[in-house]
Design a protein around this ligand. Structure first.
Ligand code: AHR
Length: 494
C-alpha cells in the first residue's frame, strides 16, 4: 500500500531565480580527477582533443556544466601557478602532499584548465593560494589570465600560446583556511582575506566575483567572524559540507550497504537545509540586502575509498543512493535560491561523488550524472514554492519525510516538478494541487534501479539510468503521481 502524500504547488507565488551555477562542479588535482580522468595528453592512445579525453568532454558538454572550480581544494593552497605554464616537459614535478603523496607533473596548468573550460562551455572558477603563496603571486595570476594589455605578464601568456585573455568570472581567495589552507583562526583568516583580495584585480570591463574561504559544516562562528570582519570585502562566502555515514574518517562502503546506511545517508544529506538556514541567518545579520552570496563550493558524499586504490585518491563508487543525495540537495539549494548562488559537487571525475568514472579508455556515467541531467531544466529557472505533507519513512534509528521535492518555472515557460521518494520499499501516491496553474499534459522521466545499492560498472554501465515515466496524470488543477519506492522523478507540465 502506497503512502498518501499531499502537496500544493504555488505557481502563483514565483520566487527567486535558481542560479544555474548551483549545478557547478569541482575538479581538483587529486587521484585521477584530472590526470587520466580529464587529461591524458596529446600522445595518449585514448581518443583525445589536444590532450582532453573525448568521451569525458562529450559527456560534460551534454550536461551543460555551468561552472568548474579548480585546482583545489587543499591542493590550491600549495599550488604555484608559474609551475604549470610554459613547455610541459620543462615544468617542475612536485609531490602532491595532500593526496596520496604521488608526483604532480604540472602538465595540466592554467592554459590547460582555461582551455578545458572553453571546450566544455563552462565558466571558470579558479582558487588562489593563500596558504603558502603571496598576495603578489595571486595578483600576477589574475593579471596573466585576464589582461588584454601589453604588460609583461600578458605578453608571457601570448608567448605561451594564448593571444586573447580568458574570461575569469570567479576567483577563490584560498580554501578551507581553518584546515588544510593554513589552520587559521577565523580572525586571522578574515584579515588575510581582506589583504589578499585587495590585489585581485580584473580589468575594469570584466566582472570578477571574489569568494572568501568559508566554514566547515556547522562551524557557525567562522561565518560570524568572516562576515563581521571582512563581509564588506567579498562578493561570496563559501560553506563546505560532506555527507558521511558514521563518524569521521569515512568508513562506509560506497556500493555495498544495507537500508540503515541508506536512510542515514539521506538523513544526513537533508541536514544541508539546516546548515544553509543557519549560515544564512548569520549572513543576514551583517548583510540584510544579500549582497554577499553563499557558495556551497564543496558538497557530496564521502565514503571509504575503493579497496586496492591509494586511499589518498578518494576513489569511490556511486549508486542510486548518490542520485537521491543529489536530488535532495538540489531541492534544498533551489529553496534557498535567494542566498545560495553557486554550489560545486565534489568532484567531477573519479573523485568522491563523481559524475563520471574512468578506467583507462573506458568511461561510465554515474547515477549522480543522471540526476544532474534530470534537473537540467532548473538552470536559471524561477523557483515555485512546493509544500509537501508526507508521512515519515522510518528505519533503524532514523526518520525522514518519505517524499521530498521542489518546483520551478523553466526558462522555456513550462512548470517542472521534481519528486523524490526516499522510502526504500514503499511507493507513494502523491496528489499535488496546482495553485495558479492549469495544465493539460504531463510527461516525465524517472531515475530508479532494482536495488538501493545498484550502480553502474564498466561491464554493465547502464544498470542505473533515466527512463520515461508514465505514472503521472494531470487534470486541470490537480496532478497525481504514483511515485515508486527509491526513485527520483522529474515532471514537465504543459
Ligand atoms: O574534496 C576533497 C577535499 O575536501 C578538498 O580538497 C578540501 O577542500 C576538502 O576538505
Amino acid at each position: 500500500d502506497a503512502a498518501e502524500v499531499r502537496a500544493t504547488l504555488r505557481a502563483d507565488a514565483p520566487g527567486e531565480m535558481v542560479s544555474r551555477h548551483i549545478f557547478g562542479q569541482f575538479a581538483e588535482h587529486l587521484g585521477s580527477g584530472i590526470y587520466g580522468g580529464i587529461w591524458v595528453g596529446e600522445d595518449s592512445p585514448i581518443p583525445n582533443t589536444r590532450g582532453y579525453r573525448n568521451d569525458v568532454v562529450e559527456a560534460l558538454r551534454k550536461l551543460e556544466v555551468p561552472v568548474v572550480r579548480w585546482p583545489g581544494g587543499c591542493f590550491a593552497d600549495e599550488y604555484h601557478w608559474r609551475e604549470g605554464i610554459g613547455p610541459r616537459d620543462q615544468r617542475p614535478v612536485r609531490v602532491n602532499t595532500h593526496w596520496g603523496g604521488v608526483e604532480e607533473p604540472n602538465s595540466f596548468g592554467t592554459h590547460e584548465f582555461m582551455d578545458f573550460a572553453e571546450l566544455i562551455g563552462t565558466d571558470a572558477y579558479v582558487s588562489g593560494n593563500v596558504g603558502n603563496g603571496t598576495p603578489e603571486e595571486m595578483a600576477a595570476w589574475v593579471e596573466y589570465i585576464t589582461s588584454d594589455t601589453k604588460s609583461t605578464l600578458a605578453e608571457e601568456r601570448r608567448a605561451n600560446g594564448r593571444e586573447q585573455p580568458w574570461k575569469l568570472p570567479f576567483f577563490g581567495v584560498g580554501n578551507e583556511l581553518w584546515g588544510c589552507g593554513g589552520n587559521m583562526r577565523p580572525e586571522y583568516a578574515a584579515d588575510l582575506h581582506r589583504r589578499y583580495q585587495t590585489f585581485v584585480k580584473a580589468p575594469h570591463d570584466q566582472e570578477l566575483v571574489k569568494v572568501a574561504a568559508g566554514a566547515n559544516s556547522d562551524e557557525y562562528n567562522w561565518t560570524e567572524v568572516m562576515m563581521r570582519e571582512a563581509g564588506d570585502h567579498m562578493d561570496a562566502l563559501s560553506v563546505h559540507y560532506y555527507t558521511v555515514v558514521g563518524d569521521w574518517p569515512p568508513r562506509g562502503s560506497s556500493f555495498e550497504f544495507e537500508e540503515d546506511a541508506w536512510i542515514e545517508t539521506l538523513s544526513r544529506a537533508l541536514h544541508m537545509d539546516e546548515l544553509i538556514t543557519r549560515h544564512s541567518a548569520i549572513m543576514d545579520k551583517y548583510d540584510p540586502e544579500k549582497k554577499v552570496a553563499m557558495y556551497v563550493d564543496e558538497w557530496g558524499t564521502w565514503y571509504a575509498g575503493l579497496p586496492g586504490v591509494n586511499p589518498g585518491f578518494l576513489h569511490q563508487q556511486n549508486t542510486l543512493r548518490d542520485a537521491l543525495v543529489t536530488s535532495l540537495t538540489i531541492d534544498i539549494f533551489s529553496r534557498h535560491a535567494e542566498r545560495v548562488k553557486m554550489a560545486n559537487i565534489a568532484q567531477m571525475v573519479n573523485v568522491l561523488q563523481a559524475m563520471i568514472l574512468t578506467d583507462e579508455d573506458r568511461m561510465l556515467l554515474t547515477p549522480t550524472y543522471h540526476a544532474f541531467d534530470l534537473y537540467r531544466p532548473f538552470q536559471d529557472a524561477t523557483h515555485l514554492p512546493l509544500e509537501i505533507q508526507a508521512p515519515n519513512y522510518e528505519h533503524a534509528d532514523h526518520s525522514v519525510p518519505a517524499v521530498h521535492g521542489s518546483a520551478v518555472r523553466g526558462k522555456d515557460g513550462h512548470v517542472y516538478v521534481a519528486l523524490t521518494n526516499l522510502d526504500a520499499n514503499r511507493g507513494a501516491a502523491v496528489s499535488v494541487r496546482l495553485q495558479g496553474h492549469d495544465a493539460t499534459r504531463v510527461s516525465g522521466r524517472i531515475l530508479t534501479a532494482p536495488a538501493i545499492d545498484s550502480h553502474n560498472t564498466f561491464d554493465q554501465p547502464e544498470t542505473v539510468k533515466p527512463a520515461d515515466f508514465d505514472g503521472a496524470r494531470v487534470d486541470g488543477g490537480q496532478l497525481t503521481v504514483d511515485l515508486p519506492a527509491k526513485s527520483v522523478v522529474m515532471l514537465q507540465l504543459q
